[in-house]
Design a protein around this ligand. Structure first.
Ligand SMILES: Nc1nc2c(c(=O)[nH]1)N[C@H]1C(S)=C(S)[C@@H](COP(=O)(O)O)O[C@H]1N2
Ligand SMILES: [Mo]
Length: 330
């Protein structure tokens, strides 16, 4: 059962973010430490030490690498620069690996193969699909999307993947299905955050209405920056929902279930007054503990005004017609 312990929770979120000045210094330090490691391994291990010191030596090559880079979908243009990969790959939210931002090394321990995704519930053709069959089954494309975290930082990245709708169509939803529920892996032996914060309501769950899931913007991501996604981005399969706060974009998905009941999400269970089901970006509705009017553009000094639906209103505003009485923004 979930223990509603407010104290550690209040210390999470933006307050837990490492100030960037400190973070940069640490990154420089890491680089230096990396050089030290090469010398050390080469020194004591002669032969294959060199290869392993290159970093990827111990890892099998990604079996989906030949799909990248995918064709760009030019319909998805940006009003700003793409965030430098150095930033977006070293400043992540992925609570399975810790509540701070520098989780990339922890996340790298997640074995990305074998990996399969279960698609079940109210569908005519439930399936369990090996990730490489899934990646090979739908044409991949690259889309430039903005991303707005509820903590008020933002980024813009070139995701590679395919529309969620393509996968849903393939399993033939029943007319009784009203929601899609997404589930992340649960493996405390591998994920340090699941081990250390065992009182959290793991696994991470997210949800969409069927109409939201069928919107063309709802994108299943397999890669980023023209190559298979690194673990910290939520490999091997995550969502990108650019009109919603970032926590809706669930990472490292193992199960997709169609259901007639609104799924209770990880963040709703943790803080129902702060993180609702809809979580559509709206600069005029403050988070209970901070304003959402502006965002900090990751990797820059820039503060930009936040846009309604994160600027994607033209594509998604119609989804919420007639739902004005719902708390669509938190
Ligand atoms: N499974 C899982 N998915 C997750 C999270 C998480 O902690 N666990 N964090 C969310 C939040 S709050 C954000 S802002 C984005 C961050 O994505 P990024 O690290 O690729 O920028 O992932 C989302 N998906
Ligand atoms: Mo977030």
């Amino acid at each position: 059962m979930l223990i509603r312990n407010r104290k550690p929770w209040d210390q999470l979120r933006e307050s837990a973010a490492t100030p960037e000045a400190v973070f940069l210094d640490r990154r420089r330090l890491m680089k230096l430490a990396g050089l030290g490691t090469i010398a050390l391994i080469a020194g004591c291990d002669g032969g294959d030490g060199e290869a392993r010191a290159e970093g990827e030596g111990a890892k099998a090559p990604d079996p989906s690498a030949h799909f990248y880079p995918a064709k760009k979908n030019e319909a998805f243009a940006l009003d700003r620069s793409v965030t430098d990969e150095q930033w977006s790959s070293t400043y992540n939210n992925f609570y399975e690996f810790g509540t701070h931002k520098q989780i990339w090394a922890n996340a790298d321990k997640l074995p990305l193969r074998p990996w399969s995704v279960v698609i079940d519930g109210m569908v005519a053709k439930p399936a369990t699909i090996a990730i490489d069959d899934l990646i090979g089954r739908f044409p991949l494309e690259e889309r430039l999307y903005r991303h707005r975290c509820v903590e008020a930082w933002s980024m813009a990245v070139p995701w590679t993947g395919f529309p969620l709708r393509a996968l849903l169509d393939a399993v033939e939803p029943l007319s009784s299905a009203k929601y899609v529920r997404f589930e992340t892996f649960n493996d405390p032996k591998i994920a340090s955050g699941q081990r250390q914060n065992s009182f959290y309501p793991w696994p991470y769950i997210e949800g969409l209405t069927m109409a939201e899931a069928a919107n063309d913007l709802a994108f299943l991501v397999t890669g980023v920056y023209g190559k298979p996604a690194a673990a910290q981005f939520g490999a091997p399969l995550r969502l990108a929902l650019p009109w919603k706060y970032g926590f809706k974009s669930i990472k490292s998905i193992v199960r997709i279930t169609l259901t007639d009941r609104q799924p209770e999400t990880f963040w709703q269970a943790l803080g129902p007054d702060e993180y609702g089901f809809w979580a559509n970006v709206n600069p005029q509705v403050p988070h209970p503990r901070w304003s959402q009017a502006y965002e900090r553009v990751l990797g820059t000094e820039e503060r930009r005004p936040t846009l309604l639906f994160n600027g994607y209103g033209e594509q998604v505003a119609g989804l919420y017609k007639g739902l004005e009485r719902e708390p669509l923004y938190m």
